[in-house]
Design a protein around this ligand. Sequence first.
Ligand SMILES: Cc1cc2nc3c(=O)[nH]c(=O)nc-3n(C[C@H](O)[C@H](O)[C@H](O)COP(=O)(O)OP(=O)(O)OC[C@H]3O[C@@H](n4cnc5c(N)ncnc54)[C@H](O)[C@@H]3O)c2cc1C
Length: 483
Amino acid sequence: MRSYDVIIIGAGVVGSLIARALSRYTLRVLLIDRASDVGEGTTKANTAIVHAGYDAKPGSLKARLNVAGNAMFDRLCAELDVDFERCGTCVVALSDYELATLRELHQRGQENGVPGIELLGAEEMRRREPALTDKASGALYAATGGIVDPFGLCIAAAECAVLNGVELALGTEALDFTREGQRITGVITNHGEFRSHWVIIAAGLWADELLHKAGLDGFYITPRKGEYLVLDRVAAELVHTVLFPCPTPLSKGILVTRTIHGNVMLGPNAVDILDKDDLATTAEGLHEVMAGALRLVPSLDSRSIIRNYAGLRATGGTGDFRIEVPPELHGLLVLAGIESPGLTASPAIAEHVVELLREAGLSLAERPDFDPTRVGRPRFSKLNRDQQQALIAADPRYGNIVCRCETVTEGEIVAACHAPIPARTYDALKRRTRVGTGRCQGAFDTPLVITIMARELGISPLEVTQKGGNSRLLYRETKGAAP
Ligand SMILES: Cc1cc2nc3c(=O)[nH]c(=O)nc-3n(C[C@H](O)[C@H](O)[C@H](O)COP(=O)(O)OP(=O)(O)OC[C@H]3O[C@@H](n4cnc5c(N)ncnc54)[C@H](O)[C@@H]3O)c2cc1C
């Protein structure tokens, strides 16, 4: 039976950054996820905002880790070669009554130690954001707010961890734990049993179920669905910062933001549901999203919509993150209720987890050869003409544009299929290269993409799936995707 110092259950952004943080030390670390790729949980479907930190209740773990995590993003994204921009965020008051909310948020921000927050008048706000509704009566501006590529961050963190010796086991589901008295001694999975001195639960929506398996009752996660609309790049000139309405008791409200990839994104709404796998969007929900976004930016055009999707918040009910070594069990560290701003807080959460493990007695000797960096693969569309020509001269496959909307080349698809964590499904490739994410949503290029993936992965085109399991893309050969 294989044996580790630490097993991390869940390779979302939190688990992957914990794995990277632990790979600094001479530890045998295993990162497992039941999905076919890293970042397939909430990490792949959120608003991708790096929050400044004025929302969370002063004194809470959420507030502390939000502000600390935000401050870590410049260095983290530089080390991991991940797209990140501090474009600033604005909470907009749409009536004089809401100005009081802005003042409260400003006060809370100051208590939480958020740098660079200021209250702006209506005139100044419209000067900065000309497309903003003329009903805006003021805004809270946060200079440290930003936008990031959330799945890019997760993939990069997991790659960095793997390059530093962490073992990654995808398609591996934690079913139960082994224990000796009050000590957790390992994890029972669909691929057998693994022993470990420490087990970390970073399983997002499913953390409560694993807690119950470990014998820790009384904590439940409610999935809170948020639906989104993505607009074509033509809309990107409409917004410069992230525009939030005033928050509601359930969420930060339906916002309008640019994405790091140059689209505009609207959403999310907030609906508590029962099914943790229910990522379906509804006509009703999408209408609510559009209506909410129009309140902020009335000139948004629904004809620019190219995609919709939903994400599920892992709402724990306490209003705070639960990150602890439960006193009644040894060898277990729990992360639960990592709802928003979990993405922002994730690098600080990883450092906090290392400290909790150190305090609990885990011996942490630094590895002399630890490398915090990870070099991303070339992205043709981001290069200048000379760089593009040099790339094509070195490998002519970079001269073959496969995805015309996002200018993704065959060379990038090939590189992603042979990366430290290879893209083995269409969705994994999409998250690594942006293939199929543009205006045509893959309508033109999918057959060619399938052909290239099958060739590179050494499988039949019929075996290429969207996200593993039974999600095959083809049921018979086509002219476009022949073996
Ligand atoms: C609508 C919405 C908007 C949001 N917006 C923002 C935002 O703008 N900014 C921000 O900072 N945060 C935001 N968040 C929160 C943020 O997305 C999450 O806090 C973060 O992604 C949580 O990451 P995670 O790694 O904890 O969870 P996940 O990404 O869900 O990862 C958990 C992983 O565990 C795996 N897993 C589960 N059970 C098992 C098992 N038994 N065995 C093996 N693997 C298992 C899953 O497959 C999954 O990959 C938003 C969330 C939502 C839903």
